[in-house]
Ligand binder design. Sequence first.
Ligand SMILES: NC(=O)c1ccc[n+]([C@@H]2O[C@H](COP(=O)([O-])OP(=O)(O)OC[C@H]3O[C@@H](n4cnc5c(N)ncnc54)[C@H](OP(=O)(O)O)[C@@H]3O)[C@@H](O)[C@H]2O)c1
Length: 229
Amino acid sequence: MKRLLGKFAIVTGGSSGIGLACAKALADEGAAVLACGRRYPSGPVQTPGLGQVAYAHLDVTDEAQVKARFAELPDLDLVVCSAGTGTFAPVIHSSVADLRAMLDVHIVGSMLCAREALRRMQPRRKGHIVMIGSHAAHHAFTDCSGYTAAKAGQLGFTRVLAAEARPYDIRVTALLPGATDTPIWDDRPGFDRSKMMQPSDVASFLISIVARPGISVEEVTVTPPAGVL
Ligand SMILES: NC(=O)c1ccc[n+]([C@@H]2O[C@H](COP(=O)([O-])OP(=O)(O)OC[C@H]3O[C@@H](n4cnc5c(N)ncnc54)[C@H](OP(=O)(O)O)[C@@H]3O)[C@@H](O)[C@H]2O)c1
């Protein structure tokens, strides 16, 4: 039986890696899914049918784009914020521009999407917002200072979001993956990608959370069996 039949979902960062896998997994469970990314052409969205994924342009750091994209959608049941970027270097070689770019996507972008989602979900007193965070928010990985700052900030934001959404019966989940084999690792040689999770592993775990309306998982870390790589 399809567990998400009739639900409408938006996935940011839905053009690659974890977000794309989540979009496909949600559609496999019967949801109508809008998968967003900057690489898709801009313009009006084609509303997806049940069990289908439609693709649309969205830069989550652009407030006007986020507002417009969310405004043109039907009732919204689920948002998965997976948009993200990473630039990795020791602190001594880190650039301010890279740091600002990561803070912008992970914190500002997450806030903009969560805010628009909440504005639509609160009057209906239902919905679920999932932030794809990172195990890095809890672990000091070298060469990851800017990314870790961004993910820790995103997690702090998500905890307050959960507290404000709870009285409206809106669920908020910070899903913090460990190493997952996606293009975010393409510029980082030296890691054994065969030991990483697959994006589909994270997506199937996401389904196990969102398809159970009787429980709320507010923060969860999921890693490969090898743990920290
Ligand atoms: N892979 C891992 O090991 C790992 C572990 C923990 C957490 N995460 C998190 O998982 C999330 C997804 O990353 P991934 O590993 O799947 O990497 P990925 O394959 O590189 O995907 C990143 C996604 O983010 C989108 N994106 C980047 N900047 C954006 C922006 N300004 N506006 C809208 N979309 C934007 C990209 O789409 P466009 O280029 O089309 O915009 C792409 O769909 C990120 O939040 C990342 O921090 C990843």
